[in-house]
Design a binder for this molecule. Sequence first.
Ligand code: GLY
Length: 364
Amino acid sequence: MLTRPDVAVVGAGPVGLAIAWRCAARGLRVVVHDPAPGSGASHVAAGMLSPVAEAYFGEHELTALLADSAARWPAFAAELAEAAGVGFGHRTEGTLVVGLTGDDLAEARRLWSYQRGLGLPITPLRPSKLRDREPALAPRVRGGAVAAGDHQVDPRRLVAALRVAAERAGATLVPDAVARLSDLDAGVTVVAAGCGAAALTGLPVRPVKGQVLRLRAPGRGAPGFRHVIRGYADGESVYLVPRDTGEVVVGATVEERADTEVTAGAVLRLLRAAVDLVPELAEYDLVEASAGLRPGTPDNAPILGPLPGRPGVLAATGHHRHGIVLTPVTADLIAQLIVTGEADPLLAPFTPDRFVAEEERTWN
Ligand code: GLY
């Protein structure tokens, strides 16, 4: 590259590529650095756009950001489809949250009542209505609810589409690994490197391992259910994400570990819970078992905005369980910050300074 870029993005996952697309579309010169685009957490992610079913006790600010980003998804998807000219499996059938046993249902109900208390749209269903929606559910599933606004997208196809859109808008991808931010020469550097952000910035981003399976419906047909199904099954939490391609993603473990080994015990627990909820899955092909590392943070919320004491460096990392749903809002807010210098008030609870002690804010 002959001219100094306006923006260097470290990391070509969905977040980094979407920021690059947004900035390049506004006329900035953008370079994205990644030796293996799309090989991080998004490679194993299921792609649930779940502002309601993933709203957990005590995470009010994160829940508001999830809802804001989910509301941006339809327009983001339409714009991306237009810009990239390829599909990425955006589906809007909604999500069923179900409990297998009475105890499982009691656990699910506690969360629904918390979610409903926040005004989130989740509606309990009679068992007969549940089965009308998804006859593939096991007869012994005790009950459930529908979160009609919780949708899905295929993260691997999303990364491919974002890459096309970013490159068509003029961004350049270079396949190099960035060891130090000081090696980059750009107007602004955006660290969107998932777990790799810790080594580059010192921010408290830690790997949270998730093991995930991919099944395929027999005869390459569509799976026998269309909603995303999130279930509690004998105390195990599992989600099942059906794709038009015949794939069903079954996930995921949540482990405080930094390796990406696949273990027999995790595969056993995920498959048992999946088949307990949807028995026909026992007949599907098991085509992939993989593990990835979510970028976790001390408060489970992303880290978005300027690094204190590091002029010209922005963080867009720590998306933990929510990288795919949070991609549109992250890209919009970070691009706005770069282009106009104005920080949207939505960013305030998520800026890096919440993790940087006063005495460290004068680095460099
Ligand atoms: N959001 C799903 C997961 O992290 O497993």
